[in-house]
Design a protein around this ligand. Structure first.
Ligand SMILES: Nc1nc2c(ncn2[C@@H]2O[C@H](COP(=O)(O)OP(=O)(O)OP(=O)(O)O)[C@@H](O)[C@H]2O)c(=O)[nH]1
Ligand SMILES: [Mg+2]
Length: 437
């Protein structure tokens, strides 16, 4: 609970620190990482006054940074009159407290920052409940850690219990109660949403889900493909709640496109858990589009981050899912590299696009159309006056041919088996036959 940044304060000047470890095997660009941390701070309306990468030498469990560095940063906080320090790493509760004492500013770590952004962005009731649940789970994990640590200090199981332990025990019980209550509320909210989902599932439309690293351009692409105005901005975690819209495939057939929350490296596990239900759209989609910012120097590392979360959701090619990589922001790639990139995209089966200029988007739609167009064709004969059945076919299938023969209208339509079943139930008098392919 001491994770929250004071939301009422008008301007909060922040120090952003990205700690780096020598030889930790992560090939990420420290500059890009620092820029991302700055972006996260801005997403929380903090004003980044100073941003630096700080190499960590040796282990300093009490303060993460060595003594000299702590002193140096203390001076920086004083001189620059800073209010907040963002440490782009995981801090233990002890480290956080010690740094706050030393620097006399509010200290927040990466997980705390991400949770705080999510808490601000959540709009729907389900979103808010999910974030709150994630936050409590995170608090609980930190309490457990503190508690274990106390236990060790005393060198026993602590059945007798000191005052500190009693307090922590009480906090844990309180947390457990709130978590249980929230889970119940969430179940109720989801039950209602589940009803909506079932209704949608019965529609015969193919579904396409956008996933990707935060700021990769999912919402911009969503708007481009569906012609709608979903909030898209140069802001990390601009999108939190899933949005669904109809997209018209080139042959006129409708599909449902969903825009979802972005992923990020070191996404708190509690958040992935909490958002699992929201990400059902992704789990159920016929096609998953993995949108990548191909102009970002950490594009490959971001891809790995996204694939990790997808694996947690069991959305992988190994589980038989259709996943297409969309290499977005092609317009930001220098012209002389464009051709090579196009070749690389072709070789790896990716679609190179720019959601801003629209380049590559018609081709992407063509491809989607071809992928989800496996519905069998049927021939339907209707009496001339049966406008209702005809309208239904146009709405729920793809009519590819139409001819009139006296009193009879012949329609050739692509209908998936589900839609066909519904059609037969709704219009038992229509004469159907499988079209010669
Ligand atoms: N130049 C360029 N900018 C793009 C392109 N696509 C998106 N952007 C920009 O990238 C920023 C992020 O775009 P969004 O669509 O909000 O990204 P998102 O993936 O939905 O991000 P979150 O919702 O935060 O996860 C915005 O400033 C967009 O204008 C593109 O093709 N080219
Ligand atoms: Mg978005």
């Amino acid at each position: 609970m001491n994770q929250s940044v004071d939301r009422s304060a008008p301007v909060q000047r922040a120090l952003i620190i990205h700690p780096t470890r020598a030889g930790d095997g992560d090939a990420r660009d420290p500059g890009a990482r620092l820029a991302e941390a700055v972006g996260l701070a801005q997403a929380l309306d903090l004003v980044p006054a100073e941003a630096l990468t700080v190499p960590l030498r040796g282990k300093t469990p009490a303060t993460l940074f060595g003594k000299g560095k702590v002193e140096e940063l203390k001076t920086l906080c004083e001189v620059e009159e800073l209010d907040v320090a963002v440490v782009d790493d995981a801090l233990t509760p002890v480290q956080q407290r010690n740094l706050e004492k030393a620097w006399q500013v509010k200290v927040i770590d990466r997980t705390g920052l991400i949770l705080e952004i999510f808490a601000r962005r959540a709009r729907t009731r389900e979103g808010r409940l999910q974030v709150e649940l994630a936050r409590l789970a995170y608090e609980r994990s930190r309490l457990v850690r503190t508690w274990t640590h106390l236990e060790r200090q005393r060198g026993g199981f602590g059945f007798l219990g000191g005052p500190g332990e009693t307090q922590i025990e009480a906090d844990r019980r309180l947390l457990a109660d709130r978590i249980a209550r929230l889970k119940k509320e969430l179940t109720e909210v989801r039950r209602t949403r589940g009803l909506h989902r079932d209704a949608r599932k019965r529609t015969p439309y193919p579904t396409i889900a956008l996933v990707g690293y935060t700021n990769a351009g999912k919402s911009t692409l969503f708007n481009r493909l569906t012609g709608s105005g979903v909030f898209a901005e140069n802001l990390l975690f601009a999108t939190l709640d899933t949005t669904l819209r109809e997209v018209k495939l080139p042959d006129g057939r409708p599909a449902i496109l969903s825009d979802t929350v972005g992923f990020i490296s070191d996404l708190p596990h509690e958040l992935v858990e909490a958002f699992r239900a929201t990400l059902e759209e992704v789990q159920e989609a016929d096609v998953v589009l993995h949108v990548r910012d191909i102009a970002n120097s950490d594009s490959d590392a971001q891809k790995r981050d996204v694939e990790e979360v997808l694996a947690e959701l069991e959305v992988t090619k190994d589980t038989g899912r259709t996943i297409i990589e969309v290499w977005n922001k092609a317009d930001l790639v220098p012209v002389e590299q464009r051709e090579d990139l196009q070749g690389a995209a072709r070789r790896s089966g990716a679609a190179l696009v720019s959601a801003v200029t629209g380049e590559g988007c018609p081709e992407l739609l063509e491809r989607l159309g071809a992928m989800v167009d496996d519905a069998p064709e049927v021939e339907v004969m209707l009496p001339h006056g049966d406008g209702e059945a005809m309208a239904w076919l146009y709405r729920n299938g793809r009519v590819v041919d139409r001819s009139e023969d006296g009193e009879i209208v012949r329609l050739s339509a692509r209908l998936d088996p589900q839609a066909l079943g519904r059609f037969e139930r709704l219009f038992p008098d229509a004469i159907l036959k499988a079209a010669a392919q």
